[in-house]
Design a protein around this ligand. Structure first.
Ligand SMILES: Cc1cc2nc3c(=O)[nH]c(=O)nc-3n(C[C@H](O)[C@H](O)[C@H](O)COP(=O)(O)OP(=O)(O)OC[C@H]3O[C@@H](n4cnc5c(N)ncnc54)[C@H](O)[C@@H]3O)c2cc1C
Length: 567
């Protein structure tokens, strides 16, 4: 199975014009709320209620009425039955329009997926239809003051009751959309420990804790003992309330079995990790569009060979370099996110079991790379957008600084990028004793013959991609050999290694896009895709090989100075 076969078009013609028309409308009414989110922000009031800007409420109503939230969810619960890939595209557009606002549906989707996979039939019937439409929102409650990256350190308690429910007591911090006024009901998914649970992640269970109790006829009853104590003042995404949540003997319902909560959370987290990687792309795209418009308008200095008094800054080579860097990285990221989403769909829908299993392995491999490469680039590309604006980028008036501030969190939440790198080397490389990852690199190499046949215009792409894949293969071999005897050495190089993967995947996918475009009979598209792939191959991809040293240096120098000597 290769991306080429995965994207083969059947005789079905997607109604793209209709979809785009509808999507443009949704984006049209969400995008103007972005500034309100930043300047007005979410607020907690004296009576304990949390509000979002008025424009958010109207936009959310429109989002629910149009049914966008349910598009990739099962028809059985009122969804549209579309693949995850389509859902991710909608998420990208919503996030470009307003990242803070889009977090509410993003978290709801994660909670829905956990319930779909592990909820009982009764729980699915009770919660899913309203969550699928977006009438009810969802949250993920993992983090506690002492339990951040180390989720296993959480102490929230869950005490079983005679009626089969549990009493949940504890405090959660940093809970996105933990309380708000966009929906009447919030379905919290909360990680907690039962009284005799084993230590660490092996003793974590996952509970549904509704903000308001649900009556047998499905109507909403009294408030549960869940409260937002405060919301955080943050660097960005001001429109998204980040809540300290208090649970005091709140009524909760176990999902699945006791002590199996991490498995459930992984369903939510894998979905959310891809979505968060996509946030880097989405906000990077909006910032790029803004910087491109600015570069066309702003006039300074005279470009070489130009006449007149001054030139638009887009005519200066260094500004072009920045724009091309943004555009080619964004192209690479979009291909990468969609590839991952296509494998997610295949891991659940492929007819053949072996194909599903292989797709699942590839999702496991790609997810930490999408999350960290996507969000690292989100930071870098919004920073470039700010740079293109010169001094106007540093002042709030142009709005470009908001993108830079908003996207900063994406490399931190949903497992920091350091944790993603540790996941890649610690859990994903070892699958089938390294055979899984080795097969994937071999799959990336299969395109070499096509590149050779494509002629001189593709020559440098072929050479640079070959060099990057050689470096990736060599470094992967080192990681697999070293992991057994010196795990600290492998962890020391895990972040540069993850970046190497992102760079190589981007080069591979842009080259594939250029090859595909060459066969479409549209000279302008073919030229654009070829130039992007070549620019990336010659000017960005060489960083992959250059990371070999950092990826394989081991831990010696990192720990050569003791902690006191770092002062
Ligand atoms: C705006 C915002 C929204 C959030 N939304 C939610 C939410 O909805 N639900 C929720 O449950 N949580 C949420 N979080 C919490 C978020 O997921 C955590 O902040 C994140 O997981 C990191 O945990 P921490 O802040 O405790 O940092 P720490 O775990 O203390 O990490 C600090 C630094 O140490 C590094 N580090 C820690 N352990 C290791 C290790 N083993 N190996 C290598 N490096 C390590 C980290 O990479 C990081 O650089 C949110 C946070 C913010 C700020």
């Amino acid at each position: 199975m290769t991306p080429a076969t995965l994207t083969t078009v059947s005789d079905y013609q997607p109604p793209l014009t209709d979809l785009l028309f509808s999507l443009e409308h949704v984006v049209d009414y969400v995008a103007p709320t972005n500034r309100d989110g930043d300047t007005i922000g979410a607020k907690r009031h004296g009576d304990g209620t949390v509000t979002t800007p008025d424009s958010f409420k109207a936009a959310y109503r429109g989002y629910v009425d149009a049914g966008w939230g349910g598009v990739p969810l099962p028809e059985e619960y009122g969804g549209g039955g579309f693949p995850r890939t389509v859902g991710l595209i909608i998420q990208e557009l919503m996030t470009s329009a307003n990242m803070a606002f889009a977090l509410c549906p993003l978290l709801t989707q994660g909670a829905i997926e956990a319930l779909l996979n592990y909820g009982s039939d009764e729980q699915k019937q009770r919660y899913l239809p309203q969550m699928v439409t977006g009438e009810w929102a969802g949250t993920m409650n993992l983090t506690e003051p002492q339990a951040g990256s180390d989720v296993g350190a959480l102490t929230t308690r869950a005490v079983p009751q005679d009626d089969g429910s549990y009493k949940i007591t504890g405090q959660k911090i940093f809970i996105t959309f933990g309380d708000h006024d966009l929906s009447e009901q919030i379905v919290h998914l909360v990680l907690a420990r039962t009284p005799d649970a084993p230590e660490g992640t092996r003793g974590i269970s996952c509970f549904i804790v509704p903000k308001r109790m649900v009556n047998d006829d499905g109507s909403l009853g009294e408030r549960n003992n869940v409260e937002c104590l405060s919301i955080e003042e943050k660097l960005g995404i001001h429109g998204s309330p980040t809540c300290v949540m208090s649970y005091e003997d709140a009524t909760g319902y176990l999902i699945g079995e006791e002590n199996k909560g991490m498995r459930i959370m992984f369903v939510m987290m894998n979905s959310a990790r891809l979505s968060v990687g996509m946030q880097g792309l989405a906000v990077g795209e909006r910032a790029y569009q803004q910087s491109l418009a600015y570069a066309q308008e702003r006039r300074q200095g005279l470009a070489i060979g130009a006449s007149g008094k001054d030139s638009a800054i887009i005519d200066h080579p260094d500004v072009r370099r920045m724009l091309m860097t943004q555009k080619s990285y964004l192209g690479a990221l979009r291909h990468l996110m969609l590839l991952n989403a296509i494998y997610v769909d295949h891991s659940t829908n492929a007819a053949d079991e072996a194909e599903r299993t292989r797709a699942d392995e590839i999702v496991g491999l790609l997810t930490p790379i999408c999350k960290s490469f996507g969000t690292d680039l989100g930071n870098e590309l919004t920073s470039i957008a700010l740079q293109i604006h010169g001094g106007m980028g540093f002042v709030e008036e142009t709005g470009v600084a908001q993108h830079y501030r908003d996207v900063r969190i994406a490399a931190i939440y949903e497992g920091t990028n350091g944790i993603q790198a540790a996941d890649l080397v610690g859990r994903k490389l070892g699958v089938r004793a390294g055979a899984s990852v080795t097969e994937f690199i071999a799959q990336m190499r299969e395109m070499d013959g096509e590149l050779a046949d494509a002629g001189e215009a593709f020559a440098s792409i072929r050479t640079e991609l070959g060099t990057a894949l050689d470096a990736l293969e060599k470094t992967t071999g080192w990681m697999l050999r070293t992991g057994m005897q010196d795990p600290n050495a492998v962890l020391s190089g895990s972040s540069p290694y993850t970046r190497m993967w992102g760079l190589a995947l981007g080069g591979w996918l842009l080259a594939r896009a250029a090859l595909a475009a060459a066969g479409l009979g549209d000279a302008a598209v073919a030229e654009e895709k070829l130039v992007l792939a070549r620019f990336y191959a010659e000017q960005l991809l060489p960083q992959a090989e250059a990371l070999t040293g950092a990826a394989t240096a081991g831990s010696e120098d990192l720990f050569a100075l003791d902690a006191a000597a770092l002062a």
